[in-house]
Design a protein around this ligand. Sequence first.
Ligand SMILES: Cc1cc2nc3c(=O)[nH]c(=O)nc-3n(C[C@H](O)[C@H](O)[C@H](O)COP(=O)(O)O)c2cc1C
Length: 220
Amino acid sequence: MDDERRFQEALRSVRVWDTELPGFDPDDAPEEPVALFHRWFAQAVAADVVEPNTMQVATADADGHPDVRTVILHEADRRGWHFASHSGSAKGRQLAARPEAALHFYWAAQGRQVRVRGRVATGTREEAYEDLHARTTGALASALVSRQSEVLASLDELERASAAAWERARREPGAHAPSWTLYVVEPREVEFFQGDQDRRHIRLRYRRTPGGWTRELLWP
Ligand SMILES: Cc1cc2nc3c(=O)[nH]c(=O)nc-3n(C[C@H](O)[C@H](O)[C@H](O)COP(=O)(O)O)c2cc1C
């Protein structure tokens, strides 16, 4: 059997939501989307969802071509959804030129998806510093290797730069990582999707309106 055939068989053998899924009553949803996100996040942790704090961030480049990657959620509050990265990376440059993003969470064990769209605010240098130094030595070492998304000549070069960054992070825990930047996606629209075995999926969208948030159901 060739690889393509094996791939197709593996693909068709996968079942989606072949498990007990939680319910979701939109009438019981709070007025603000971040409150529902907090509720769902706590339920994801309780349900042992693997790495529920990872999310996909979509941006667009100067030609309008979409781009997407995974990052770690650092906070979700009234301001928005926070993550951190290097200002010189592809996403950093794209956000500097066009500060708009979409976020995506998928928690498979619960058949839940959360989507956020909005403008992206850049945190201050102090906020980025505080955010980074509240994290692990590994996070600091990684931030000190600041050439994210540049072409790498060899794995040896990475090995040397990483070893030097770990050594510095251990010796100088207060070191600055100048390109490390905090980004906050300020929600304009947030959608909560609850999958259902009978495919009567529930979608609840929050839209920011002058008076606050409008909630509406969407056809699945
Ligand atoms: C689970 C996981 C978590 C990640 N977290 C971050 C993160 O918090 N910040 C970050 O800059 N990159 C993170 N990355 C790496 C990004 O996905 C991506 O490779 C990198 O940021 C370069 O993206 P860009 O070229 O679009 O800028 C993570 C990757 C994975 C798989």
